[in-house]
Design a binder for this molecule. Structure first.
Ligand code: UDP
Length: 325
């Protein structure tokens, strides 16, 4: 199949491109490089620099290629930033997605997989969050993703667009090759910050709150390997071949680890201490976020492969040890 990967130079997107390439699919990456990295996409893969809000550029792209499906990773994704810059988030994540959807419709491309997030749920009301959990986002980032999910449901009814929204819990780790990985600037995510602290890059890790109602007082998250996310996207596209409609699936391992447990695992894996200090809670962090991914397992046949926290950390560590990562 031939895929358009919007945001294919970003963290999850670049792993998706690598995964599709390994399955002999044809890929064109479209990315404005606002947060992605050109070097994360192999020179052998077709790359077009552009913005999904640019209707003329998209129209040229769809005229030049006959895509079977689009996988859409382009987004702003920092919760804190979304609170202070909501127009940026609604503009990028919602308005620009509408431009992409219109271009797909004009070109007759009717299959889409969309990167959504556990942030659509807001404060968790259950130990394991399944797809029936209420969606009440508590920040503009989560709102923007939920708005797109709703647009996709309307588009299925009105235009017959087939879509799957995949709600990632905590994407983590790196391709076992060590050649691509997670590199945000600024970096806000726990695992890269833990590994930076191990490497002495910047200050000690700040542990945001140790007074949560969890087993050791620090926040619990469900870390899912980025290549397992990639495999779910391809299964989702295959699912759409014989299922019409707009579907949502939660993607996680179903097991939560606290910040302290992640630090301990990083010390085991790297054999080095993680310099860290206690800091105040970060605004908007729920105590626990753990997925139930039963629906993805049952309907998509999804089976995460790299499920041990140590293994996830080891893959991220390999990437952090590359010169100039
Ligand atoms: N966290 C932390 N120090 C950091 C980054 C994150 O203590 O430098 C905590 C954060 O408060 C949350 C967990 O680690 O409880 C996971 O945060 P991350 O930003 O990786 O993902 P999120 O769950 O916010 O999507």
């Amino acid at each position: 199949m031939k895929f358009l990967i919007c945001g294919g130079a970003g963290y999850v997107g670049s792993h998706m491109v690598r995964y599709l390439d390994s399955k002999q699919h044809e890929v064109v990456v479209y990315d404005d490089l606002s947060t992605g990295h050109r070097e994360a996409v192999s020179p052998d893969v077709a790359f077009v620099q552009g913005d999904i809000g640019d209707a003329a550029a998209l129209s040229r792209l769809f005229a030049a290629h006959r895509f079977d499906a689009v996988i859409h990773f382009c987004a702003r994704s920092l919760v804190g930033e979304s609170v202070v810059k909501p127009y940026l988030y609604y503009g990028n994540n919602v308005a620009n997605t509408l431009v992409l959807l219109a271009a797909m419709r004009d070109a007759g491309v009717d299959r889409l997989v969309f990167s959504s997030t556990a942030a659509v749920f807001g404060h968790p009301q259950a130990d394991a969050i399944d797809e029936t959990h209420p969606t009440e986002p508590i920040n503009p980032y989560g709102q923007s993703k939920l708005m797109v999910e709703r647009i996709l449901a309307d588009a299925a009814r009105a235009y017959g667009l087939r879509s799957v929204a995949l709600r990632y819990f905590n994407a983590a780790g790196a391709d076992p090759s060590g050649s691509i990985g997670e590199g945000h600037d600024p970096e806000t995510h726990l695992i890269p910050n833990v590994l930076k602290a191990v490497l002495g890059q910047g200050a000690a890790l700040k542990v945001f709150g140790a007074d949560y109602d969890t087993r050791d007082g620090t926040c619990v998250r469900d870390y899912i390997h980025v290549n397992d996310l990639a495999s779910a996207h391809l299964l989702a596209i295959e699912y759409l071949a014989d299922h019409a409609g707009a579907f949502t699936f939660n993607l996680g391992n179903g097991e939560g680890f606290s910040v302290r447990e992640v630090i301990a695992a990083a010390e085991r894996v790297t054999g080095r201490p993680v310099p860290h200090e206690l800091a105040p809670r970060r605004a908007g962090d729920p105590a626990t976020l753990v997925a139930s991914s039963l629906k993805a397992r049952e309907r998509l046949g999804w089976q995460p492969r790299i499920t041990q926290l140590d293994e996830i950390l080891a893959s991220a560590w390999r990437w952090h040890l590359q010169p100039g990562y």
